[in-house]
Design a protein around this ligand. Structure first.
Ligand code: ZN
Length: 405
């Protein structure tokens, strides 16, 4: 009877060749089997995954049939890179008289329609060897160097920062860790594939790359109501001054400024949502409000690959009810440049500089010339006061870290 249940489970896994992306969970309470794995919608990859799971399942059945309550658990990680490279890793854990871990990884390129091996990704394997050994010895002093002389790169995943190499237990003596993984920074390797960093959702927090310490004086410049013909010039000034900003864009304008939007993300700035048509939100129904937000989310994501995390309410007006309609973080400001009203560089500076403190969010607008004209001076004066420029997400992250210290 038990045998039949297990065979059924395995057959079920084999026949799940549908095209919908989903996470499958198969649990057999009696046999202590739990398997989670992704169905990616790419048939050849999904076939490879279910073949592997079936094999693992059958082997478990055979090898552990005489054990007392053996347990099989398969978990997964799923990572997409550049919208075309899919990484799936399957971690098998068997708990019988002792614990056994096994890893299996799949790296599939949707563009070339083939599975990628390390030779497809890294140009000079000896550089990878060198970095891997360095990393390994740093992390595990007891690593077995003999084993390292003929290392194979069968198990790995790749994201836009690291190549993660998985190594089996034989490499270490006297350790309970059975699978170890090592992150090799892509910057240290010569790659054969292009990594497009604009598609990374984590890209909006770059505190490390920007060399910012948590106790530095920080400030976030924000620009509302764009993009416009002035936004590119604002980006030029930010770039020349090693600064960044957060642009709360109006969705209906975005299509005219694809390049500008992509620049924001590439150059370390952030894009926030400022609704689609700049309507007064308090007058909107839930459906209308969600439409204002979602249309902008979608259009920004389609152009840049980046999904905004922040929302700036139009006219700074909102209610708790509106807040409950979305997962986006509502962001206001504590320093108002009133650039659209005062119009001159001097008055804009006067509104900003004396009112800015560590952690301030400064409100400006990029849909007219005034802020553009004042920006160079604003940055210069803030730099003289030792401020570092961060995006709003970075600012919130740093504040959170400070609070927890
Ligand atoms: Zn506005």
């Amino acid at each position: 009877m038990k045998k039949i249940i297990l065979i059924c489970l395995c057959l079920l896994l084999l026949t799940t060749g549908c095209n919908k992306k989903e996470i499958k969970t198969e649990i057999n309470e009696d046999k202590h089997i739990a398997i989670n794995y992704p169905v990616t919608g790419v048939n050849v990859l999904d076939d490879a995954i279910s073949t592997y799971i079936n094999k693992t399942c059958n082997n478990f059945k055979k090898e552990y049939k005489n054990y007392n309550k053996p347990e099989l658990n398969i978990s997964y990680t799923y990572k997409e890179l550049n919208n075309n490279i899919i990484n799936v890793s399957l971690n098998t854990e068997i708990n019988a008289d002792k614990k056994i871990n096994k890893i299996k990884t799949f790296t599939y390129d949707k563009k070339t329609k083939k599975f990628l091996s390390m030779e497809d990704i890294v140009q000079d394997l000896y550089i990878l060897d060198y970095n891997l050994k360095k990393e390994l010895l740093e992390k595990y002093k007891e690593a077995d160097m003999d084993f390292l002389s003929n290392i194979s790169y069968d198990y790995f995943t790749i994201d836009d920062k690291n190549l993660t190499i998985y190594l089996g237990p034989t490499i270490l003596k006297d350790t309970n860790e059975q699978i170890i993984f090592l992150d090799i920074p892509l910057d240290s390797l010569k790659l054969l594939i292009d990594i497009d960093k604009t598609n990374n959702q984590d890209n909006y927090i770059n505190i490390k790359k920007k060399n910012i310490n948590y106790d530095d004086k920080i400030v976030a410049l924000t620009f509302d109501d764009g993009p416009s013909k002035y936004t590119n010039k604002i980006l030029d000034i930010l770039k020349n001054n090693d600064a960044c900003a957060t642009f709360f864009v109006i969705g209906n304008k975005v299509n005219f400024y694809n390049e500008t939007l992509n620049r924001m993300i590439k150059e370390g700035s952030e894009i926030g949502n400022h609704s689609y048509n700049h309507k007064w939100l308090n007058r909107l129904s839930e459906t209308e409000f969600k439409e204002e937000i979602n249309k902008t989310q979608e259009i920004v994501k389609n152009i840049t690959g980046f999904t905004p995390k922040l929302f700036r309410p139009t006219y700074g007006g909102y209610s708790d009810k509106l807040k409950s309609y979305t997962d986006l973080t509502f962001v206001l400001w504590d320093v108002d440049s009133s650039d659209w009203k005062v119009k001159t560089e001097n008055k804009i500076l006067k509104n900003i500089i004396p009112n800015t403190k560590d952690g301030s969010i400064i409100l400006m607008h990029d849909n007219h010339e005034y802020s553009l004209k004042a920006l160079e001076a604003v940055i210069k004066e803030l730099k003289e006061k030792d401020y570092k420029f961060v995006t709003v997400s970075e600012l919130l992250e740093i504040k959170k870290i400070r609070e927890n210290e």
